[in-house]
Design a protein around this ligand. Structure first.
Ligand code: IMP
Ligand code: MG
Length: 180
């Protein structure tokens, strides 16, 4: 059973859905009269993104990217590898990036720099989770679900070695799973 590997539940499905609804409401009011290009960052944010768009009451266009950082990207902006790029041209558009968790912030700070060069009308970030104590690169999170402590979390899209993404809750993974 997947839940056997979970030390404790941090957020129940109900708590998550309540937060998603709150975020969607805030986003809907901030983007009044606008169309939003929602960009989910695969794979982690797939679950969150598809839930979030259903709580946004504005016209939405959905796209996805796969990005990963390599090396310590604290200094340059060239350390992000885009494995799957956008299909839409974001020039002049209102873009909302949707991410599962901002940890060191390295991937996202680099990705935002790259996307800014494409001249969107606006570029904002919505993250389900943030681990502020781990931050190495500054990232402004416009819409943040929950701030979390430095624990390894799984579920609701978050994985450990590609597992646990389908857990409906967010939980702390037992150390014995990754320390064996
Ligand atoms: P960073 O902010 O560049 O360090 O990278 C963030 C990425 O690391 C996220 O998109 C996740 O894929 C992954 N990550 C960070 N913390 C966790 C966690 O607690 N559980 C699962 N994945 C995590
Ligand atoms: Mg990710």
């Amino acid at each position: 059973m997947l839940m056997d590997d979970v030390e404790s539940v941090m957020f129940t499905p109900e708590e998550i859905q309540k937060k998603v609804a709150e975020l969607g409401k805030k986003i809907s009011s901030d983007y009044d009269g606008k169309e939003i290009i929602v960009v989910g960052i695969l794979k982690g944010a797939a679950v969150f993104t598809t839930d979030l768009i259903r709580s946004i009451s504005r016209p939405v266009r959905l796209d996805f990217m796969i990005a990963s950082s390599y090396g310590n990207g604290a200094t340059s902006s060239g350390n992000v590898k885009i494995k799957k790029d956008l299909e839409v041209d974001i020039k002049g558009k209102d873009v909302l990036i949707c991410e599962d968790i901002i940890d060191t912030g390295i991937t996202m700070s680099n990705l935002l720099k790259v996307l800014k060069t494409r001249e969107p009308a606006s570029l904002k970030l919505c993250a389900m989770l943030s681990k502020p104590s781990r931050r190495q690169a500054e990232v402004n999170i416009d819409y943040c679900g929950f701030e979390v402590p430095d624990e390894f979390l799984v579920g609701y899209g978050l994985d450990y070695a590609e597992n646990y993404r389908n857990l409906p809750c967010i939980g702390i993974l037992k150390r014995s799973v990754y320390e064996k």
